[in-house]
Design a binder for this molecule. Sequence first.
Ligand SMILES: [Zn+2]
Ligand SMILES: [Zn+2]
Length: 225
Amino acid sequence: MEITRIPLRLSSAYLLRGRGAVLVDTGCPGEEDRLLRAVARAGVDPARLSLVLCTHGHGDHAGGAAGVSRRTGAPVAVHAADAAMLRRGRNDPLVPRGVEARLVKLFADVDPRAHDPEIIVSGVLDLGPFGIDALAEPVPGHTPGSLVVRTSDGDVIAGDLLRGGVLGGAVAARRPLPHYFSDRPAAVGPALARLAAAGARTLHLGHGGPVDVRRAVERFPVGSR
Ligand SMILES: [Zn+2]
Ligand SMILES: [Zn+2]
């Protein structure tokens, strides 16, 4: 499977290509043109996207889902616990961790464009029917409805489970750091341990990265927060 990172203003989206093509995350509202141009440049006709999957409901990831779905016809999948953010077009209150996070919140609290998601995920979603050998799995920690996409090759599109480096990865991108916002920090260590046990090797993140799973497990031992 081929993974193409699409850097956007605040976050990265990822294009996954196997028998079909799935877009994971969509940047902020208003970034749809840039995103779909990048998809086309990567060799995929946007009209052939089989699915738009949001790792969570925050507007810097699910923000463009409405526009991308409207332009491509692809259904949007989001976890049940984050679906309300997308439906109403407003983030749940971000839970900042520390002073720096409070500052980041001033520009990172972007609401998604409202969209009624076509697919509500509650357990594990097999992406096989969408042409990708991967599973979308609930991994809470950042938001109650955060999902990761884990491929059979050990790659994980991990959204905001953690962040890679500072300034969106401009510095030390491969260094695993706690995300600025987390509603359940203690869930991150166990989640990483589960992913490692399932054969995950590389985390492709919404901000910075990629991060080696072993390094992340060392940084977030079970019991840390
Ligand atoms: Zn987020
Ligand atoms: Zn984010």
